[in-house]
Design a protein around this ligand. Sequence first.
Ligand code: ZN
Length: 226
Amino acid sequence: MNFVPLKSGKTVEGADIEAFCNEVKGQKHVYLLAGVHGDEVEGVYCLEQLFKWLKQVENIEYPIIVIPLLNVDGYRTGTRLNSHGVDLNRNLPSACWALEFTEGKYNPGPKPFSEPENLFLKKLFEKYTPSIMISFHSWKPMINFNGSCKGLAEFIATYNSYPVKSDVGHPTPGSLGNYLPQAYSAPVITLEFPVLEGETMMLKDIWKENETAMREMILSLDNFIS
Ligand SMILES: [Zn+2]
């Protein structure tokens, strides 16, 4: 399947944020997004591998937008936050957005959509309406779902055996998971891949344990989106 580059966005420091779409036309788009948190290399790597495979398959009949790395500045410096010290996954205008935060790593910014990286997402959502968002992170392995995609989360779990959760255990105001179901009725799957620890586990091992899950997710997504 051929993917064409869309007009890039810009980070705080002026780096390009790349985005690609396949050439299938449709009203709503499946989003595949990684690197919202710059230090979560595991998610970025897994989407990179999935994207390589996507370019080889031909039988996908729904529109896809791929954003391989949103927080380009944070990825370069190995930090969760963007160059303004903002958590991009707390900076979206969900109903529960709040200026207060408990820890620096959850800094939501001065107001929703204050950050250029998220303004780029906003622009894409306005132009290419989302049907579902699959966001690639790393933390405690789990498949977190927001909105009507529990069935898909459970389907993925049959392949990677990660726990399926509607709640990560702490509030996430201003996250994509809170924002997209409200703004676009688009559900969100937040994939938390394991974090690399020690010297025995490698990125390719994380991909290996998720490769089938990710491919089957793409091949069956049609059955789970409206
Ligand atoms: Zn994350």
